[in-house]
Design a protein around this ligand. Structure first.
Ligand SMILES: Nc1ncnc2c1ncn2[C@@H]1O[C@H](COP(=O)(O)OP(=O)(O)OP(=O)(O)O)[C@@H](O)[C@H]1O
Ligand SMILES: [Mg+2]
Length: 346
């Protein structure tokens, strides 16, 4: 497999230069593109779709509402951002091409739908532009599937004419947020399907891993313990009302707090284990910063909750200088991939 660890030796001020470099965050919940065309702005599509049996009437309705869809002989597929509206219109859950950070082997349409979404966001390359795309780190149940996931996406992006390179998602957080620290520190992306961590020294990933718990795990676990038949209600409550800094007042909030705590304990415990068994980690002469990004890191009080789990229990094996939130947690991975692509094009 090729090296995803290429050190971007660029200076921060060169980042806004228009070069044709592209960063693509291919996430379980959302696909995000950063191309430097508007500073740190990114564009996003939901990585989801809804299928309905093909009919003249349904197609007219989609056309009238200007919805993005594709037709094959049997079905109409509404995909990307329109899938959320269409799913609630039909009172159903949208289908998802990815699960736990990787192509979902149980979803027969996964590759076709992701190709449609990606083509809308990054149409055919003009002159073999460099495109860096995010992939998860190794983790429980990820290894063989990760090789397949990365190869399938890479070959599709190459077929669009890009010079495509995979970047570890945790490392993309480091590239985006730790330029002033010489790309030295710990980047963590708290996503929908999983969480990704990378410990980077001078832009070289020394430790990287994923855990298969993220926002979807929280939604599903909460729905299960409360006997909810679908996860949408849990997700909406979590996204709109959650405040991790206050004691929960109802069963739904209490259950969400419990699974947030469980996720953080899992991740920090794994980080402790990695540090204590990592023989290859050179002696770090200064404390490392930690940066938190991703949709699951967005609730009020998340940073404080992370810090309290980090400081609880035994002393952490390495010194930490500070823990901070990424500037734009939903666009961090795409922006970090963009910075990596930029370094390749110089
Ligand atoms: N304000 C919010 N509060 C809590 N959770 C949120 C909020 N906004 C989004 N989320 C959750 O964030 C998750 C999506 O995060 P993100 O877009 O970073 O994931 P992804 O990159 O698509 O997935 P992955 O990196 O795991 O493949 C979803 O579980 C969503 O419910
Ligand atoms: Mg992600």
């Amino acid at each position: 497999m090729e090296n995803k660890n290429q050190a971007p030796t660029i200076k921060p001020e060169s980042v806004s230069t228009k070069t044709g470099a592209i960063g693509l965050d291919i996430g379980t919940s959302r696909i995000v593109v950063a191309d430097g065309s508007n500073g740190h702005e990114t564009r996003t599509e939901l990585n989801a779709f809804v299928a309905v049996p093909s009919s003249e009437m349904a197609e007219n309705m989609l056309r009238q509402r200007n919805m993005v869809y594709e037709r094959n002989c049997k079905n109409l597929y509404v995909y990307g951002n329109d899938s959320d509206f269409f799913a609630s219109f039909l009172d159903t859950d949208a289908r998802r091409p990815m699960q736990f950070g990787l192509l979902n082997p149980r979803e027969e349409m996964s590759q076709q739908i992701m190709q449609l979404i990606i083509k809308r966001m990054v149409p055919q390359a003009r002159k073999n532009e460099t495109l860096c795309f995010s992939v998860p780190g190794k983790g429980e149940g990820v290894s063989g599937n990760l090789v397949y996931h990365e190869a399938v996406l890479k070959s599709f992006l190459q077929s669009l004419g890009y010079n495509a390179k995979a970047i570890n998602e945790g490392q993309a957080v480091v590239f985006s947020e730790l330029q002033e620290e010489n790309f030295t520190g710990i980047g963590i992306s708290f996503g929908g399907g999983m969480c990704n961590v990378s410990v980077s020294l001078m832009s070289m990933p020394m430790i990287s891993f994923s855990i298969p718990k993220g926002g979807d795990y929280i939604d599903q676990s909460v729905a299960e313990v409360l006997g909810e038949s679908n996860t949408t209600k849990v997700r909406l409550h979590k996204e709109e009302n959650l405040d991790l800094s206050r004691a929960p007042k109802d069963d739904l909030s209490r259950a969400i707090h419990i699974f947030y705590e469980d996720l953080l304990q899992n991740l920090i415990e794994r980080l402790r284990v990695e540090f204590s068994r990592s023989g290859k980690l050179p002696k770090v002469d200064r404390p490392l910063p930690i940066v938190l990004a991703g949709g699951t890191a967005r609730p009020v009080g998340f940073l404080q909750k992370f810090e309290s789990v980090l400081r609880s229990g035994e002393e952490f094996p390495i010194r930490i200088s500070d823990v901070r939130m990424a500037k734009k947690p939903l666009g961090t991975t795409a922006h970090g991939c963009y910075i990596a692509a930029l370094s390749e094009t110089r």
